[in-house]
Write a protein of this length. Sequence first.
Length: 242
Amino acid sequence: MSALVTIACIVFAQQAQGGILGISSAEVNLTNAGEAQKQCAWSDPARIQVGAKGLGWGTAAEEGSRDFWLQTTEPLALGESWRPTSSANVRMTIDHVGTPGILYVRHSPDARHWSEWQMVPAATPLKDEKGQTFQGEIRVPYREQGPYRDLLQAYSRREDVSWASDEEAFVKELVAKDSEYFQRQKPFIGYVQFLYETQLHGGERIKGIKAEVSWAIGGVHAVPKNPDVYKSRSGPWRFKAE
């Protein structure tokens, strides 16, 4: 039996089982200027500002509308610190009584290199009482994942690796060798950001936004050589480009 096959047998004999499901959520209060400015950016901030009634401009007596966008700037982390996800279900509620808008989402492996924006379908029409809800799935194509998965598999078979399933350690080594790897490929979803666009009329206010992103990862993994490593690895994906 070759050394490679022997290592593979040991790994498969020492696997932890089960799947892992999770929800990552974020909420922004757009009636609080300090909170809003830390978590979001928006168009024409000199004119469109946060107040006690929400984010907007002017009064209902003022005619006209403005092209408006609102983007979350704080990346929302998904998955586990040792294993990111490749798909997620997005649900976003915009507390906006006014013209129906459009929601986009993008994803990143390292909070620096981002995918293109993709539209999230509207789940409900705009209603005076509840605002607008969007819901949809984002997924990395298998073709995009393939080269990364091949490298990860080779990494997991090495004898010098302390935890074969630790993707954070693998990614750190990967970018140390190739700092622009994630500029070329986005093989998994570590973080998401949102972009909302609408026509904002005078007197209209957006009071807040709430995002819930559900995700799943495979729970089957090699047991680390030092089981104490689990104690410091709770929480979502945390690798960020320096």
